[in-house]
Write a protein that binds this ligand. Structure first.
Ligand code: C2E
Ligand code: MG
Ligand code: MG
Ligand code: MG
Length: 285
């Protein structure tokens, strides 16, 4: 009996494994076509100056509208895009689309807005990266200082020597560089001092327990103090409550981003927020 039971289990297991592999392969096949089929789109999340509550920038966050599966989160398909190398053409599309959008907001009579784009490790290592960034800026007309590129600690520390060269090239173009999800990876303080970045984004895992979580409060304050000592700006990610915003202001945090200040939104909504001012955006969220 045990044997037949085991056999059944094996069969069940293998069929569900087949399903998993199938859906993985299908997802990959789908992702290959997603760009040409216009299934990718960007949402933009406002970044707000804590002291003035003005919107100073937005972060572009990609979404995939899958014909059968509905909307798929980047946490699900970006790793697949990395594995397959599809992140390079997808990343280039994101970059160009975000730059063009930033220009469109300006043309609508809005004030200049910085747009942040996430770069994955594979894109950062691509030898054509600076050329891709330059041509996106050139073709859209966006001034380089209005483009922010977000890199993670893992990306930067992987090959610190090569990183230094690439960062210098990007800084040479004049783009704004920041470290995303700061505190979740491993950064050498020695390199942090030498990497020519402008801002640290404190990971949302440190912000989410505030103000009650005294350990995360200590970490947040320490990151802000260190960043300011290094003359870097600090962005708090994942700000979900007014209490958190008040605390961050007390700590001297420069910028904040999170559901309390605005969800990732389509371009029209951002245009509206710019028109109404950040205060209205906060009131509405
Ligand atoms: P990230 O760059 O750290 O982006 C912040 C994530 O936190 C976004 O998730 C955003 O929607 C979410 N978020 C914002 N405010 C809050 C909040 O108050 N509470 C909580 N719980 N979450 C908040 P999203 O859009 O699902 O993106 C997830 C990750 O996928 C991003 O993390 C980024 O690493 C990656 N990603 C997104 N778009 C791109 C892209 O165009 N290229 C690359 N390479 N990666 C991307
Ligand atoms: Mg980011
Ligand atoms: Mg982040
Ligand atoms: Mg990230």
């Amino acid at each position: 009996h045990a044997k037949s039971c085991g056999k059944n289990n094996a069969k069940l297991y293998s069929s569900s494994l087949t399903m998993q592999i199938m859906s993985h392969v299908q997802l990959e096949v789908g992702l290959r076509k997603a760009l040409q089929n216009d299934e990718l789109y960007l949402l933009y999340q406002p970044q707000i100056a804590v002291a003035s509550t003005r919107i100073v920038g937005v972060e572009a966050l990609v979404r995939w509208r899958h014909p059968e599966r509905g909307i798929i989160s980047p946490t699900e398909f970006i790793p697949l895009a990395e594995e397959t190398g599809l992140i390079v053409p997808i990343g280039e599309w994101v970059l160009r689309t975000a730059c063009r959008q930033a220009m469109d907001w300006q043309v609508l009579g809005q004030r200049p807005l910085r747009v942040a784009v996430n770069l994955s490790a594979k894109q950062f290592k691509d030898e054509n990266l600076t050329q891709i960034v330059l041509s996106a800026l050139h073709d859209t007309g966006l001034p380089a200082h209005l483009l922010e590129l977000e890199l993670t600690e893992g990306t930067l520390m992987d090959d610190a020597r090569a990183t230094m060269v690439t960062l210098e090239q990007l800084r040479g173009i004049g783009v704004y560089l920041s470290i995303d999800d700061f505190g979740t990876g491993y950064s050498s303080m020695n390199y942090l001092k030498r990497f020519n970045v402008r801002a640290l984004k404190i990971d949302k895992s440190f912000i989410s327990g505030l103000p009650q979580d005294s350990e995360n409060a200590a970490i947040t304050r320490a990151i802000i103090a260190m960043a300011h000592g290094l003359k870097l700006a600090v962005v708090a990610e994942g700000v979900e409550t007014g209490e958190q915003l008040v605390l961050l202001e007390e700590y001297g945090c420069d910028l904040a981003q999170g559901y309390h200040l605005g969800r990732p939104s389509p371009p029209e909504i951002i245009a509206q927020m710019l028109g109404d001012g950040a205060a209205a955006a906060i009131a509405a969220s």
